[in-house]
Design a binder for this molecule. Structure first.
Ligand code: ATP
Length: 202
């Protein structure tokens, strides 16, 4: 089995930036929970067909893709359906992530799961790497990236796990408050460690 480093962090903490550096610099392959979550509901998938069967045709857009806004609306007004949806999707997402990890050819794999703490998914990883930033930085980067205002970002922050909850499951931490140049030395250092551990465990 490939050695799996789970990567998590709050909104705009830099998970994607960090994972991409491991990939670009060292060829480490990435399995991304957000990507997998979209794949399990792509047109003609079992996931999308089940959702259509349960919620009706109104959640399908003319081009055959899932109408996420519509689905969010339904779940917001009828939260009892959220459990059904999670029970459908979570096992599919989990299985697909495991399948993809099984295909990885690099010496270890990165498994990026934004809501790792919230969904209690740390057991999928051998080690957990938390990308940590202060809230002010998260707010500033999200406002710049997503054209939302600080109030909206604060609402998202309060719906996510706290910094402390994430750090409590961390084996390794990347501090990403500073400029981008400070990232690569931290990543190079961690890469060496991950290689050592994956070789020891082989
Ligand atoms: P999300 O979960 O919200 O999708 P994320 O944790 O994957 O976000 P990124 O998309 O990697 O975070 O980074 C968020 C934003 O912050 C991006 O616009 C990125 O370019 C910027 N950013 C990340 N790291 C740094 C850094 N060290 N210095 C400056 N900007 C950064």
């Amino acid at each position: 089995m490939t050695f799996v480093v789970g990567v998590t962090g709050g909104i705009a903490s830099g998970k994607t930036t960090v994972a991409n550096l491991f990939q670009q610099e060292f060829g480490i392959e990435i399995v991304d929970a957000d990507v997998v979550a979209r794949q399990v509901v792509e047109p003609n998938s079992v996931g999308l067909k089940s959702i259509e069967g349960y919620f009706g045709h109104s959640v399908i857009q003319p081009d055959g893709t899932l109408d996420r806004a519509k689905l969010r609306e339904i779940i917001f007004s009828q939260p009892e359906h959220k459990a059904w949806l999670n029970n459908l999707l979570h096992p599919m997402i989990r299985q697909r992530m495991l399948d993809e990890l099984g295909e990885v050819k690099s010496e270890y794999a990165l498994l990026v799961i934004p809501l790792m703490v919230e969904n209690n998914l740390q057991s999928l990883a051998d080690k957990v790497l938390v990308v940590d930033v202060d809230e002010q930085t998260q707010i500033q980067r999200t406002v710049e990236r997503d054209a939302v205002d600080a109030t909206q970002v604060k609402a998202i922050l309060s719906s996510q796990a706290t910094r402390e909850q994430r750090l409590a499951i961390a084996d390794y931490v990347i501090k990403n408050d500073t400029e981008n140049q400070k990232l690569l030395p931290q990543i190079t250092e961690l890469h060496k460690k991950f290689l050592e551990i994956s070789r020891e465990n082989r």
